[in-house]
Design a protein around this ligand. Structure first.
Ligand SMILES: [Fe+2]
Ligand SMILES: [Fe+2]
Length: 175
């Protein structure tokens, strides 16, 4: 299902995020099932687009993609035991938001997507349909990445090599 990825949309709206220094650091942080936080975020962005399309929802595609890509932008390895990593499930949306607002200009929807993606662990519910979509996509991907590790790793490798090539070509065109 990942072979027909809407890569054009992801690149059009998210190439600055996907090629940024801090986002690339996510490649070294494991999220679920041996997959990196970078790959997980990419899968969540893709799945969010699939859900919106399947449900025929009229969404703000740019905010949906950017919020999904940044929803886990907390930038640390949550498997390493430390006092700040305690209660990761509750705290990381806030850390992700704080990091994302420093590196990118976030609109209201992107902010809500990041801060509420762990609902119902967050007290306040999401405000926008885009936030609900990412919340669902995140949970779906977490389960899939945990249960189908090898398949997802293979897909992540294909995606990464495609992205690396595209980012390289885009950089060369700019220079
Ligand atoms: Fe998360
Ligand atoms: Fe996530």
């Amino acid at each position: 299902m990942y072979y027909d990825l809407p890569m054009g949309l992801l690149l059009e709206h998210g190439i600055d995020i996907l090629s940024s220094q801090n986002m690339l650091r996510e490649k070294s942080f494991i999220q679920h099932g041996g997959l990196s936080c970078y790959d997980h975020s990419l899968f969540v962005a893709y799945m969010s687009l699939v859900i919106a399309k399947k449900m025929r929802l009229n969404v703000d595609v740019r905010s949906l993609i950017r919020g999904a890509l940044l929803h886990d932008y907390f930038l640390y390895d949550w498997h390493v035991p430390s006092s700040s990593n305690r209660n990761h499930a509750f705290k990381h949306p806030h850390y992700a938001y704080e990091n994302a607002r420093v590196d990118f200009n976030l609109n209201e929807k992107e902010r809500d997507i990041i801060l509420k993606h762990m609902f119902p662990l967050t007290v306040k519910p999401p405000r926008f349909k885009e936030s609900y979509i990412v919340m669902l996509a995140d949970k779906y991907c977490a389960v899939y990445e945990t249960l189908a590790v090898n398949r997802m790793k293979m897909k992540a490798e294909i995606l990464n090599s495609y992205l690396e090539n595209t980012i390289k070509i885009t950089r060369e065109e700019r220079e």
